[in-house]
Design a protein around this ligand. Structure first.
Ligand SMILES: [Fe+2]
Ligand SMILES: [Fe+2]
Length: 191
């Protein structure tokens, strides 16, 4: 689904300040929960849609809890949120007219989940390599969930648009996502 790969060396850059990375990760999980519920507010007209997003928000909230408990275990205080230029840049491409907007909001969410999955896998592999089994196990578990969420959002988009149109839209949003990410450079954050 992703049109680019995170560059080699990302793990070393993003783990230079573990407090910054884990705080950003905690806020990413919070924003994922908030986004799922905000989609329920915008589009409350289908039972399955509402149920799926509410369950997703529930799971993302449990991830907020898991990351904050990990921060506590490591003796690191959670920090404030930073503006997320990645999400902002990605959403700038979402069309404004319905039903296209809801399809694009679902597909943008799918790309955020897919990119999160890619990067949490890189964190799991990196922490395995550097001998930090606690963090490797932590990121392995969370990476699996984000991979599933990407698929959930593609399925939700397919409720409102023909499968072929969804595929074409994923192709162009995928190119856009790769460009937004490449323009941002690397920091102590998930994306
Ligand atoms: Fe999550
Ligand atoms: Fe997720």
């Amino acid at each position: 689904m992703l049109k680019s790969q995170t560059p080699a060396g990302w793990f070393d850059v993003c783990t230079k300040d573990l407090g910054a990375l884990l705080s950003d990760h905690m806020h990413c999980e919070r924003k994922a929960a908030e986004n799922a519920l905000s989609l329920v507010r915008k589009y409350p007209h289908n039972h399955r849609f509402v149920e799926t997003l509410a369950r997703l928000a529930h799971e993302e909230t449990s991830h907020v809890i898991q990351v904050t408990l990990l921060l506590e275990e490591l003796g690191i205080a959670p920090r404030g949120d930073m503006p997320n230029h990645y999400t902002r840049g990605l959403l700038a491409e979402a069309r404004n007219n319905e039903p296209h907007r809801r399809v694009d909001l679902m597909l943008c969410a799918a790309f955020i989940e897919a990119r999160s999955h890619e990067r949490l896998v890189l964190l799991a592999q990196g922490f395995t390599r550097t001998g930090n089994g606690r963090l490797a196990d932590f990121y392995n578990v969370l990476a699996n969930a984000e991979e599933r969420h990407a698929q959930v959002f593609v399925e939700l988009a397919s409720m409102y648009e023909d499968a072929q149109v969804v595929r074409e839209r994923m192709e162009s949003l995928g190119q856009h996502e790769a460009k937004v990410l490449a323009d941002l450079g690397m920091g102590c954050r998930v994306h």
